[in-house]
Design a protein around this ligand. Structure first.
Ligand SMILES: N[C@@H](CCC(=O)N[C@@H](CS)C(=O)NCC(=O)O)C(=O)O
Length: 212
């Protein structure tokens, strides 16, 4: 049985949506990040980066959200969470998943933890504002890519969509322009949030509405 370590609304949310979609047995294990459990030896043995999430498959811990999502999609091909192997749609799914984790998620880390980016905490607010501007630029690109599409790749929801919806959610409190206010991104988030498996994941994480 899988074990997914994480905390409410954190990056575990996308793998959580995937697990609920697959319908396989798993245990969700709360890591109390407020209490710094993610920095404690028991957790660091699973994930030496000291971040959530971690998926444990059998005895094997796997960290990095995108890697966990890809592993779940590979393990359960019947769930159709990635386009067919070798297809051009799959190439685009890799493109977007890597972009989402490598650019969008990284910009969010500056947005949520600006103090880690600067030696002088006086500049933290400025870092946060710059991160929000950068995220707006990144979301503009995805907004355009979603034109005329229901899902970011392929013709059914998959791991890339779960990752995107989670990242749209993380911007719900942006000062100027939350990503849900862009028409295609807002519609994509609504579409994803109406999937029964996604609803279960949000409810199990105790997330209050509005979700994005
Ligand atoms: N690239 C990593 C980033 C993980 C990450 O930064 N997770 C955040 C939560 S969304 C975290 O662990 N925050 C606690 C901390 O940094 O102290 C992944 O996707 O797994």
């Amino acid at each position: 049985m899988y074990k997914l370590y994480g905390n409410s609304g954190m990056a575990n949310l996308a793998p959580h949506m995937a697990l609920e979609t697959i319908g396989v047995p798993y245990e969700m294990i709360l890591v109390d990040t407020q209490a710094k459990q993610h920095q404690m030896p028991a957790y660091l043995r699973l994930n030496p980066t000291g971040r959530v999430p971690t998926l444990v498959d059998g005895d094997q811990p796997v960290f990095e959200t995108a890697a966990i999502l890809l592993h779940l999609a590979d393990r359960h091909p019947a769930a159709g969470l990635m386009p067919p192997l070798g297809s051009l749609e799959r190439a685009l799914a890799y493109q977007w998943l890597i972009h989402l984790t490598n650019s969008v998620q990284v910009a969010y880390l500056a947005y949520y933890y600006p103090e880690r980016q600067v030696a002088d905490p006086a500049f933290a607010d400025s870092v946060k504002q710059a991160a929000e501007s950068r995220l707006n630029e990144l979301f503009d690109v995805i907004e355009t890519a979603l034109e005329g599409r229901e899902w970011l790749t392929g013709d059914r929801p998959g791991i890339v969509d779960f990752m995107l919806m989670m990242l749209v959610r993380w911007g719900r409190n942006f000062a100027a322009r939350p990503p849900r206010t862009l028409p295609n991104l807002g519609a994509h988030a609504a579409r994803t949030a109406s999937l029964p498996a996604v609803i279960r994941a949000f409810e199990q994480e105790g997330l209050a509405r509005p979700w994005y």
